[in-house]
Design a binder for this molecule. Structure first.
Ligand code: FPP
Length: 260
């Protein structure tokens, strides 16, 4: 087997002895991931929960590399939800600190991989220093075109929908539009990132099987894939396994045959 053929098959074969021909995989344009299981990962190692989040943040860098390998164009990750404020203050603080460090620390690698960084969520509701991190990371990476990493931070799908409704209500109030002109397309164009295509596939590791207020509108027709592996351990084998499952899905979007 030549070196290039070997790399074609290497990931899956190590663990499950199943060969995957990458050229046969259907690659989602937009993959979304709920990075769950950091706390349990830390607990198993008798480490503080913050160590689990740090390991999870490190693994985000691996996910980006792996998604780049497959030519995925958009990757959205759930890093902090509107509900996560209810966690102990020390944990919220640790997550904010991690966020502040992250984009400067990994910028050279993100640059090397051609990864643009964007944010989704109620960014205006975050402390000013966090908003500044978002502005800097977006501004400093907007020339990169290979892949876009979208970090959902202070994100809640319901809040996103409410805020879109508020924007539309303002437009009705000012007479810019009338309420019967509102369509699904117009609604979508008032969400946080209207230019980003809907996610094709949402992955949740850690054994939980729900979407927890993530991409509620955008994920209406997303395929879902769940794994028992905890987020910090979710690597290339798991991603490949998800893509194998996604390849076998028949996406009908409510119709009878695959469209789009
Ligand atoms: C859920 O796991 C994970 C979170 C609430 C935070 C996810 C954040 C990161 C991976 C790192 C931050 C990201 C950046 C971009 C710096 P959990 O803690 O609920 O796990 P558990 O269910 O095992 O307790």
């Amino acid at each position: 087997m030549s070196a290039s053929e070997e790399s074609k098959f290497s990931f899956f074969s190590r663990k499950k002895n199943v060969q995957v021909d990458e050229s046969k995989l259907k690659i989602p344009t937009h993959l979304a991931v709920i990075m769950d299981g950091n706390g349990r990962w830390a607990k198993k190692r008798m480490l503080p929960r913050s160590a689990g989040h740090r390991a999870g943040a490190d693994n985000l860098k691996n996910l980006c590399k792996n998604c780049g390998h497959y030519g995925i164009k958009y990757v959205t990750v759930y890093a902090f939800s509107t509900e996560n404020w209810s966690r102990p203050e020390s944990e919220v603080h640790a997550l904010m600190e991690l966020f502040v460090e992250y984009f400067d620390r990994y910028d050279p690698e993100l640059e090397q991989e051609g990864i643009r960084v964007r944010f989704t969520g109620d960014i205006a509701g975050l402390p000013e220093n966090i908003q500044e991190v978002c502005r800097r990371a977006e501004e400093g990476s907007k020339h990169r075109t290979r892949m876009t990493l979208i970090v959902a931070f202070n994100y809640g799908g319901r809040r996103e929908i409410v805020q879109a409704a508020q924007k539309l209500a303002e437009k009705v109030k000012s007479g810019e539009i009338s309420s019967d002109e509102i369509t699904e397309e117009m609604f979508s164009s008032n969400l946080y990132l209207p230019d980003v295509p809907d996610p094709d596939l949402i992955i949740r590791p850690s054994g939980e099987e729900r979407t927890s207020n993530f991409l509620v509108w955008e994920g209406a027709y997303s395929e879902l894939w769940f794994s028992d592996v905890l987020w910090p351990d979710f690597g290339m084998e798991e991603l490949t396994e998800a893509l194998v499952a996604y390849t076998a899905r028949d996406r009908r979007f409510g119709g009878l045959t695959e469209q789009k």
